[in-house]
Write a protein that binds this ligand. Structure first.
Ligand code: GTP
Ligand code: MG
Length: 148
């Protein structure tokens, strides 16, 4: 089954939005298969955002991401990569609809609360980077209530 890497960024953790974000993924029916509060170092964050390294906002992005602990998670389920991005909203919170995480809780692109992988391929790379020891394997009892 498809998996994605979701991370509550330091502003989301500091503002007490971890439970709110987890709740939205749980409510939708996705399965949590890894979760850890982490304080990633510069090198780790530069790897995570490697494709943005040439952008002018990159140093500020890394500084923001180092400003406090993050909550690293892996969620599993049908279409979870795309659906995770739908739950998050647009990169720019002001362009995000109410009902999305960024639409409901954020204003600034540089303080947008949470991260979600943008493709299945990148999700697997990010899961390997953040959870090198792997994830939990468990078959939920409720699976047949969520999937046809
Ligand atoms: P992530 O889920 O965090 O990867 O966001 P995204 O996929 O919606 O956007 P992208 O990967 O392009 O950018 C990663 C992060 O860099 C964004 O979530 C923002 O926090 C930040 N960012 C992107 N574009 C800008 C920008 O133009 N200005 C600033 N200050 N930050 C930006
Ligand atoms: Mg991205």
């Amino acid at each position: 089954t498809e998996r994605t890497y979701i991370m509550v960024k330091p502003d989301g953790v500091e503002r007490g939005l971890v439970g709110e974000i987890i709740k939205r993924f749980e409510n939708k029916g996705f399965q949590l298969i890894a979760l850890e509060l982490k304080t990633p170092d510069q090198e780790h964050l530069e790897k995570h955002y490697a494709d943005l390294s040439s952008k002018p906002f990159f140093p500020g992005l890394i500084k923001y991401m180092k400003s406090g602990p993050v909550v690293a998670m892996v969620w599993k389920g049908k279409g979870v990569v795309k659906a995770g991005r739908v739950l998050l909203g647009e990169t720019n919170p002001l362009a995000s609809l109410p009902g999305t995480i960024r639409g409901d809780f954020a204003l600034d692109v540089g303080r947008n609360i949470a991260h979600g992988s943008d493709s299945v391929e990148n999700a697997e790379k990010e899961i390997a980077l953040w959870f090198p020891k792997g994830v939990v394997h468990h078959d939920r009892v409720i699976e047949k209530l969520i999937y046809e």
